[in-house]
Design a protein around this ligand. Structure first.
Ligand SMILES: Nc1ncnc2c1ncn2[C@@H]1O[C@H](COP(=O)(O)OP(=O)(O)OP(=O)(O)O)[C@@H](O)[C@H]1O
Ligand SMILES: [Mg+2]
Length: 587
């Protein structure tokens, strides 16, 4: 983006915090990016009143003086998309932290410019088209090995079409022309995209396969379809960040974009330090190779948070268009909404509920809408998806607040985190009574195939057991445990094993941290079998004191603790403990 020469001699006429006014600004459009003052601070035009523009400055405005020059760049806030994104750590407006720090030191200087992609790296390319071919938007013109084994597909940008007259075959940098059309248009490895706009697709597609999270409580009870969006509200310390990190490591996505949005500095620092060290257990490769981290640095004003979420989603859409399954984690969407509130307040807009702007819900809806499974534009045919997992931090854990409520209206699933469960150290603290998924039916066939158990029926049985358990424990709390009937006591015992070992999962135990669909399915089916066996034995007249339910629970814990490839022995031991109850129907 080369700054245009300011035609109108626009200068700063007012500065309040990160808002500035400039006049006369004629050479810029709404949401265009401008550079402000001698340091060239990054700012966006967010309002026009005649030739007076209100600017949202994305950097510290200390020292910005009246009369400072304002230079339009001629483009809205865009993200540069191309090879080299995977493995990078970007700030909220797309500057790579490593190269920024190399240029200006650990405390990033305001106005520092660093392009998102490395200009010097030469990428060996494999052309997929020839001179004479006609190409249209979305066609794959070349591929590049972006990371070991990861094929980056170079796409004709939206809105571009024509006949190719030249195609490079040698290695290119992101700035060199890769191909040229008859009308002179040059195609490159990289393209720019206005990040507030959704990238176009050929067609939205339904989704029948889940984003496997590796968390038993989520995959079994509240599955998220690939291309779905889920809200994860939870009060302070209920485990939102642990879930988001776990998904970034273990979810069945080919590309992960993690947006650390305005959370505490130490959490962000942890992400930046931890992620580069993580290894994907399935491939043995560093997790960072398929990850893009977007983080707000602490020296960036609140408003950059607002852009960072769009930046992350735009990158995700770009990989979706290549035909990949992408997952975006946002931690936390509440900080994004607070940034909206901040901006609206400074613009003195009419506040809506709890001070949020009246358009909060519609903005949030537009954001969630960018999740989805789609057939991409162009040839060869590709389908990809963007799944969106948004942590929400309701103040005081009160879900009736506007961000949680607006999320609930548009998300296809809710993983509600419960402080009472977190206090009891029941992690993940997903409240099975209030959480839901609208994707359970659509994903059931896939899960059944993958696990070999009847997923819907098993899921329904486990949910029913948990509901019954909650009722019984409430009754027991009121009138005493000893008043319960034997079948009810057996139900409570089995439900306890389910709560502790099927739904409970430690993020810090290397074996327990992620669980395959096969193991989740096996554990769920075994719980149902144990319940039926215990109730069957009581029906046949055995006394509850003769049933070794403790042995069943111990054996169940053994299955949970077993590594994925050594589960057969512990399963056999559990089956023996279940058979010893003496209530199983003989087939
Ligand atoms: N799956 C888990 N296994 C073990 N411990 C967990 C798990 N999930 C959460 N915890 C515990 O809960 C603590 C708080 O979790 P986390 O930081 O994710 O909460 P949060 O909801 O992001 O909090 P905040 O509102 O402060 O951002 C963790 O430090 C950890 O001790
Ligand atoms: Mg957190």
């Amino acid at each position: 983006m080369s700054p245009r020469v300011p035609s109108g001699d626009a200068v700063v006429t007012r500065v309040t915090g990160t808002l500035a006014e400039a006049r006369p600004l004629r050479d810029a459009g709404l949401y265009d990016l401008v550079r402000v003052g001698p340091r060239g601070l990054l700012a966006e035009v967010i309002r026009f009143h005649q030739d007076t523009a209100t600017l949202q400055v994305y950097e510290e405005t200390t020292g910005l003086a009246l009369g400072a020059e304002v230079a339009p760049t001629g483009a809205p806030l865009t993200v540069e998309l191309g090879p080299g994104l995977l493995g990078s750590i970007l700030d909220g407006v797309g500057r790579p932290l490593a190269r920024l720090a190399a240029a200006t030191g650990d405390f990033i200087a305001p106005g520092a410019a660093a392009p998102t992609l490395d200009r010097t790296r030469r990428w060996p390319i494999v052309p997929r088209v020839r001179p004479g071919d006609r190409v249209t938007a979305g066609d794959v013109i070349a591929t590049v090995e972006e990371q070991p084994g990861f094929e980056h597909r170079v796409l004709v940008p939206p809105g571009v079409a024509g006949e190719l007259v030249e195609v490079a075959t040698a290695a290119c940098t992101v700035d060199e022309p890769l191909a040229r059309l008859a009308d002179g248009t040059e195609l490159r490895l990289a393209q720019r995209w206005p990040l507030r706009t959704a990238r176009p697709i050929a067609e939205r597609l339904p989704s029948d396969r889940p984003l496997v999270t590796g968390q038993r409580v989520l995959d079994l009870l509240f599955p998220l379809a690939e291309g779905g969006a889920v809200a994860v509200p939870g009060g302070f310390g209920t485990g939102k960040t642990v879930i988001e990190h776990g998904l970034a490591r273990h979810a069945s996505a080919e590309v992960v974009v993690f947006v650390g949005c305005g959370e505490r500095g130490n959490e962000i620092a942890e992400v930046v330090q931890e992620f580069p060290k993580l290894v994907d257990p399935r491939t043995g490769r560093p997790v960072m190779e398929r990850t893009v981290l977007v983080v707000n640095t602490s020296n960036m004003p609140v408003v950059a948070r607002e852009a960072s979420v769009y930046l992350g989603v735009s990158i995700a859409e770009y990989y979706r268009d290549m035909g990949y399954r992408v997952a975006v984690m946002v931690d936390s969407l509440s900080r994004w909404a607070e940034a909206l509130r901040d901006i609206a307040a400074r613009l003195q807009e009419m506040p809506g509920e709890e001070g949020y702007p009246t358009y909060l819900a519609s903005r949030l809806g537009q954001l969630y809408e960018r999740a989805g499974r789609a057939r991409a534009l162009g040839a060869p045919a590709r389908t990809g998806s963007v799944s969106l997992v948004c942590a929400v931090s309701p103040p005081g854990g009160d879900f009736s607040e506007p961000v949680t409520q607006a999320s609930l209206r548009v998300a296809g699933a809710l993983w509600a985190l419960d402080p009472a469960l977190a206090r009891k150290r029941q992690f993940p603290a997903v409240d099975w009574a209030t959480s839901y998924s609208l994707h359970a039916d659509a994903t059931a066939a896939w899960l059944t195939r993958e696990s070999g158990i009847d997923w819907s029926a098993t899921r329904a049985r486990v949910l029913a057991l948990l509901r019954r358990d909650a009722e019984l424990r409430e009754i027991a709390g009121l009138v005493g445990h000893e008043t319960l009937q034997d079948p009810d006591r057996a139900t409570i015992e089995i439900a306890r094993a389910v709560r502790e070992h099927l739904l409970g999962q430690s993020a810090y135990d290397p074996i327990d941290a992620a669980c395959s669909i096969a193991k989740t399915g096996a554990m769920a089916a075994l719980a149902v079998r144990a319940l039926d066996a215990a109730l069957g034995a009581l029906e046949r007249g055995r006394a509850i004191d003769d049933l070794d339910l403790a042995a069943v629970r111990r054996a169940y814990a053994g299955v949970r603790a077993a590594p994925e490839d050594a589960i057969a022995g512990p399963v056999a031991a559990l089956e023996r403990a279940i058979a010893a109850l003496g209530g199983e129907a003989r087939s």
